[in-house]
Design a protein around this ligand. Structure first.
Ligand code: NAP
Length: 293
């Protein structure tokens, strides 16, 4: 069994970005910049935003965190986004989700101009992904494709089963893998909560992508011998023996499934680190597109 080391691959991608940015610096170019907008004080969101900002700085990009009050009106938030749409110092705009209930997430996503939508959630970017055009792809799905590519896992003509159909993971990863392109070209099945007898499908998977948010849902009797398993799940489970009182587990029962498969991503250290790496990748890509590089 080969453990897919997302931490290592993410590090390689980030180092490559760092080199490209240092070259821009040497040539006295304006540098890529990412603004992260956070509304309210959700502790998990604060951790994610700090990680993103820290990574930007490590790679030599400009980073700004716009911390907004949880009671801010939707209208004011949209005006702030528009300000950054026009600000040439920032090539990427990321609004940390989830937002407070009084704000319509769709309106916020649609307010960010597609060229700066480094999360790849804008309907124009989603549409371009579906029709096979190059665009800013959502970070987690794109990270999964990069992991498969780095480990030379053939996708062409192979059966990929995705469990989960969210707009953030399931749908985009399914659509990316469906494209008639290198490192894609797969036969794709998508399962969700209305799928009865999920194991009927998962057992057929050459590559199984679990993105449902259900701890250890995928057990060894649900996977084919020598399959490739990508575990996107990031679930907190109580663990009184852990320092924080909880630990993070995936959607896959790693200990048992790993004995049966050819490749598997661990949680943590698999897909997770790729998400931030691909956010940096997208910010650089947005910058390059803006400057016709
Ligand atoms: P989500 O929006 O809650 O979507 C979950 C999907 O799984 C839905 O499509 C749901 O079906 C399906 N599902 C739920 N229970 C199911 C069941 N028992 N059988 C079959 N399908 C089921 O979640 P998400 O945002 O896609 O995230 C999924 C997981 O990935 C979470 O643990 C999340 O924390 C993690 N995640 C990790 C990263 C990372 O960077 N590593 C990034 C994003 C998300 P319906 O559509 O029918 O409701």
């Amino acid at each position: 069994m080969i453990l897919i080391d997302g931490k290592k691959v993410a590090e390689e991608i980030k180092q490559n970005i760092k080199i490209q940015i240092s070259e821009l610096k040497e040539e006295n170019n304006k540098l890529p910049g990412l603004v992260t907008i956070i509304v309210g004080d959700n502790p998990a969101s604060q951790v994610y935003v700090n990680m993103k900002s820290k990574t930007c700085i490590e790679l030599g990009m400009n980073s700004k965190v716009e911390q907004l009050d949880g009671n801010i009106s939707e209208e004011v938030l949209l005006t702030i986004i528009d300000k950054y749409n026009k600000d040439e110092n920032f090539h990427g705009i990321l609004v940390q989700l989830p937002l407070p209930k009084h704000i319509d997430e769709d309106k916020v996503i649609e307010k960010i101009i597609p060229e700066k939508d480094v999360d790849g959630f804008h309907p124009i970017n989603v549409g371009n992904l579906v029709i096979g055009k190059d665009t800013l792809f959502p970070c987690t799905p794109y990270g999964i494709l990069k992991l498969l590519e780095k480990y030379h896992i053939e996708t062409k003509g192979r059966h990929v089963v995705v469990v989960g159909r969210s707009n953030i993971v399931g749908k985009p990863v399914a659509n990316l893998l469906l494209q008639k392109k290198d490192n894609a070209n797969a036969i794709v099945t998508v399962c969700h909560s209305a799928t009865s007898d999920i194991s009927k499908y998962t057992k057929q998977a050459d590559i199984l992508i679990a993105a449902m948010g259900k701890p250890k849902f995928i057990t060894e009797n649900m996977v084919k011998e020598n399959a490739v398993v990508v575990d996107v799940g990031t679930n907190r489970v109580d663990d009184p023996t852990a320092k924080k009182g909880y630990r993070i587990v995936g959607d896959v029962d790693f200990d048992n499934v790993s004995k049966k498969v050819s490749h598997i991503t661990p949680v943590p250290g698999g897909v997770g680190p790729m998400t931030i790496a691909m956010l940096m990748y997208n910010t650089l890509k947005a910058y390059q597109r803006k400057n016709n590089l």
